[in-house]
Design a binder for this molecule. Structure first.
Ligand SMILES: C[S@@+](CC[C@H](N)C(=O)[O-])C[C@H]1O[C@@H](n2cnc3c(N)ncnc32)[C@H](O)[C@@H]1O
Length: 303
């Protein structure tokens, strides 16, 4: 399977280590991007550029539990919007026909390295508000942990879904707002949010250092307690603990996510109902929201 042509001329083409990267301006009329968030991710991903195949497979299996061969197969033309390091493109690219991996930040150069031997992937620098493809081009699209960092999440989702063919699928992972959790959880979240507000404003080096401390002294004790509960056979209880997703992941993922959560100035959160409504408004139906972590990840079919 081959890629389609772009629907506009790139502003520039950068020859990266393994392939040329076409760059498309975010300088559009209806800008829907937070440049400081994009810069911060560019830095973050250059620091967290290494993910082992085992790590990608283990965590990817959790993200993609709601995707089967009817959705992704060798005839599927896909797009990963806000691909970051390209780790989820890497997870899917042996199962898919061709994947366009798109990100507006410097992370795209990290993706070039991670995906160096993948021939069915093309990388482009672009954002949701200026995706350089015709409408209804793709059989499958995904945006993992991206749209909640964009000022108008609902509009960004609409812009992404526009690029999907009728009867194609779109997959998202958006932060949840703890709607089904008790008051303790919510208080903890509000406290974490205040910390995020302060930490995200720190100069780069201090920000990274503080997020590492949070990973070691906040995440790890809770995660280790959860792992102990699992070891003792208390799986159901362990699943209900905060940060239960990380009971199955490496410290590298925890450090990375700590920087992601506490180092990013713009973050929005959504309930299951909000996500269903936004997906419907974007033209998706047959919506499936996984009951498993990470919350919430969902897929819908373009009607
Ligand atoms: C938390 S990272 C997720 C990266 C990747 N999907 C993953 O899960 O590993 C969020 C990504 O969204 C990208 N991003 C931020 N604003 C964007 C926008 N307006 N359009 C597309 N991507 C954007 C960032 O550059 C960053 O790489």
């Amino acid at each position: 399977m081959k890629s389609e042509s772009y629907n506009q001329q790139p502003n520039r083409i950068i020859q990266s280590e393994n392939r040329p990267i076409h760059c498309f301006s975010t300088d559009v009329e209806d800008k829907n991007i937070d440049e400081s968030v994009v810069d911060s991710f560019g830095e973050e991903w250059q620091k967290f550029s290494h993910f082992s195949n085992e790590e990608i497979t283990k965590v990817g299996d959790m993200y993609f539990d709601i995707i089967d061969e009817n959705i992704i197969n060798k005839n599927t033309y896909g797009i990963d919007i806000g691909c970051g390091t390209g780790r989820w493109t890497k997870y899917l690219c042996d199962k898919i026909g061709f994947m366009e991996a798109v990100d507006p930040s410097q992370a795209i150069f990290v993706a070039d390295k991670l995906l160096k031997d993948k021939e069915n992937v093309r990388l482009s620098m672009a954002s949701t508000d200026n995706l350089p493809f015709n409408d209804e081009t793709f059989d499958f699209g995904m945006s993992i942990g991206v749209l909640h960092h964009i000022p108008n999440t609902e509009q960004a989702l609409k812009d992404c879904v526009k690029k999907i063919k009728r009867r194609g699928y779109f997959y998202i992972y958006l932060y949840y707002n703890f709607e089904d959790k008790g008051i303790g959880f919510k208080l903890l979240f509000n406290l974490a949010n205040m910390v995020r507000f302060l930490v995200s404003k720190l100069p780069k080096v201090f920000k990274k250092f503080t997020c590492d401390l949070i990973a070691i002294f906040v995440y790890m004790p809770i995660v280790l307690f959860g792992r102990l509960c699992r070891f003792l056979g208390l799986r159901k209880f362990a699943k209900k603990l905060p940060l239960s997703f990380y009971q199955n992941t490496s410290f590298n993922i925890i450090r990375n996510d700590s920087l992601d959560r506490f180092g990013t100035s713009l973050e929005q959160r959504f309930s299951r109902k909000d996500i269903t409504n936004m997906m419907k408004n974007a033209g998706l139906g047959e919506i499936v929201i996984s009951d498993s972590a990470p919350y919430w990840h969902a897929i819908g079919k373009k009607m």
